[in-house]
Design a protein around this ligand. Sequence first.
Ligand SMILES: Cc1cc2nc3c(=O)[nH]c(=O)nc-3n(C[C@H](O)[C@H](O)[C@H](O)COP(=O)(O)OP(=O)(O)OC[C@H]3O[C@@H](n4cnc5c(N)ncnc54)[C@H](O)[C@@H]3O)c2cc1C
Length: 401
Amino acid sequence: MADRSFLDWPFLDDGHRAWARELADWVERGLPALPTPDEHDLDAVYAACGALVRALGKAGLLRACVPAAYGGLREQVDVRSLALGRETLARAGALADFAFAMQGLGSVPVSLFGNEAQKAALLPGVCRGELIAAFALSEPDAGSDVAAMQATARRDGDGWVLDGTKTWISNAGGLADRYVIFARSEGLDRGPGNRDPKGISAFLVDAGTPGLDASERIPVISPHPLGVLKMSGCRIGADRLVGQPGQGFAIAMGTLDLFRTTVGAAALGFARRALDEATARARNRQMFGQRLADFQLTQVQLGRMCTEIDAAALMVYRSAWTRDVLQRRVTREASMAKMYATEAAQQVIDAAVQLHGGLGVVSGQPVERLYRDVRALRIYEGATEVLQLVVGAQHLREAAA
Ligand SMILES: Cc1cc2nc3c(=O)[nH]c(=O)nc-3n(C[C@H](O)[C@H](O)[C@H](O)COP(=O)(O)OP(=O)(O)OC[C@H]3O[C@@H](n4cnc5c(N)ncnc54)[C@H](O)[C@@H]3O)c2cc1C
């Protein structure tokens, strides 16, 4: 079995170690009872994801996604608990990680910036797995370039009217009950070319709201409920504004600051599973009169994989600890952790496929699945290139100061 010694690292406390045992126990006893859908059968993917959210909620594992006042694990949403959750679940199955992570990503904007009524209406249901959450930021022409957002929120009487299209939205396509939607509300008179980040606001919107069409699904390379959100004269009340008008960009970036580290943790879970699979294969496969594991070239490969995994884990838990304990903004640390862990996981998984030979590309083999599961992580919540730019620019600002 793979190394669990990272649980003794000083980044974690006894509460985290108890949480890790709770997660591991559920992965062993609860997860195998749930369906594992084929990614081509979208109805099955959506049904399985809904079942996973309910099961995680019933088992109490979504407590990591909300603050203690709403049923959560700790006073504030704790990045280390989320990271342990994602790492443990991803190691067992990508959809379990996804179901867990989205309850956090879709509700943290409200935990961090919402008012009391919004928190009370959303967070207990999210924690119990009874309300499914989603985070709608990206658009067809505004992915990496978030400030190019075109969706609008026009004031109308005592409420707002939303128009525009969001795409690549996890849990859209019929699963989410609530969406946090970002749209341009201020400076509308400056036209669609307006790129002022201070013009963006965030809104908490019910899935059934007239004018909101979330029916279109996007099939992707691994089981992942993903869809398009179309808003056409979608009227919502003034009470749906999260935070202040114009605070949406800060809300989105504050949420991503917290979640990017956990994307690194999910990648780490995939990489650890790939190492487990590669180690077992190398120990059992006979060739040229000895085991694959007996070749020095194999040992070099495994040595590289172990080192990449430890380096990624150090970055992930350093970033999580910095945010939780030092309570600092971790734009730099989280960007590093996400880019390093996702790129490292891709290499580790590729090496695991190679060590399996032909078996590594057979559909349904764990390493073949991992090869597909890890790919999107290098793109969403900040592509590697964007994160390199973030770290490099911050470094230059600090050097100039
Ligand atoms: C599986 C999946 C789930 C997702 N879930 C959500 C979700 O729940 N909510 C949501 O809002 N969005 C979601 N997204 C969207 C995701 O965040 C975007 O795909 C991502 O931000 C990239 O945007 P884009 O796809 O428009 O690519 P583009 O912005 O077109 O970027 C394409 C590529 O250009 C490169 N690039 C970008 N900027 C630069 C630069 N300055 N210099 C050089 N190269 C650059 C990068 O390599 C990048 O990958 C999801 C995406 C995927 C794949």
